[in-house]
Design a protein around this ligand. Sequence first.
Ligand code: FES
Length: 413
Amino acid sequence: MIPQKTLDWNPGDPEQAMSLPARYFYDEGIFRQEREKIFYPAWHAIAHESEFEEAGSYVVTDIFDQSVIVMRGPDGALRAFHNACQHRGNRLLHDRRGKTHAVIRCGYHSWCYNQDGTLRTAPRTERLKGFDKSKFGLKPVKLETMGLFDQLPAWNEATIGTLEERRAKLGDPARRSALRRDMDGSQRRTIAADMRRSDGEQGQVSMFKWDSTFIDDVHLDKNQHLRGKTVAQIAKEQGKHPVDALLDLAVEEDLKTEFSMQDFINNNEEAVGQILKHPLTLIGASDGGAHTKFLTLGRYPTHFLAHWVRDKQIMTLEEAHWRLSAMLGWAIGIRDRGWLREGMPADIVVYELEKLAVRPMETIKDLPDGDWRRVQKADGYNYLIVNGQVTFEDGKCTGVLPGKMLRSYDMAG
Ligand code: FES
């Protein structure tokens, strides 16, 4: 707990409450307490399991000042260890990710560890009386895997393991009836839950709806004609249960097919409309844009203006602009943005309301190492102006970079 005396307000009185004072974001003492009491004991997401397809595949992560290796062992098990040699604590692996061949070798005095963390060889220790190699394995770190299917036992079992194991299990006809039963039960529970809830929020697996689960990309040429169709469509065309249609395709393509779910949360239009119109709702300040790998949540300003303001007319354009700019800036402590006034920084968006539209999601490879991410561009924007300079013209980047990171504590001086 942060000592009461460090708080500037009475947390028991919501009418007095402010957002966290700026120093809570940079005060060393508060950070130390958070690190010890919140971040170290918490779970840290390291990587997707597909990064550990083969024995010896590893990912190294730093949890503050501690380095941790997560590695697939020769027995198929996934383990985590401290990235420190048991001889003199030398850092063992330096690359972020990669694959070791048979052993992890310390560059200092050549102690070698097996891919399961046990000590294999330690030069000259054979002369040491009573040296017990089994006591000098890499120190384990608690590791768990979690998945979208954790709530469904048959799916959970079938989606864990190496690529070969998962492909075999998901293609196994003997497992299919349990997989169908799990999914059908989940969907029945979802529909019942949807009928009870007015906020449109749903659970994890319950988000699967076959008529809004799309085949986004396929691996084999022979399946190109399936792109853009829903699982419900291909199941009907093939006369199969949707689970079989989905899994037959995925297994045929070595689990490389990409599926996308659209509108899987917040899909109750009436409820969302009510939330947006509430005078205290902040439209934005979210993590839109944070999940670059799998989601394209950063499309919300275009969707809000085109769908909710232009088509549904839930508020005036003036109010919508104020909500997306000045109101938001004030709420997060950035007070000199969001106004068109002499002397203010000229951050301006010029668009044509009738042409505003969100384009389909696309996958591009522009991350370091040729890695991919998803993006969703928009039509209808004539100019994006940052600090008085045009950064985008008719959707094309001008290459000018006049922006800078804004932080609310800079405003507080
Ligand atoms: S520190 Fe690793 S072998 Fe000596």
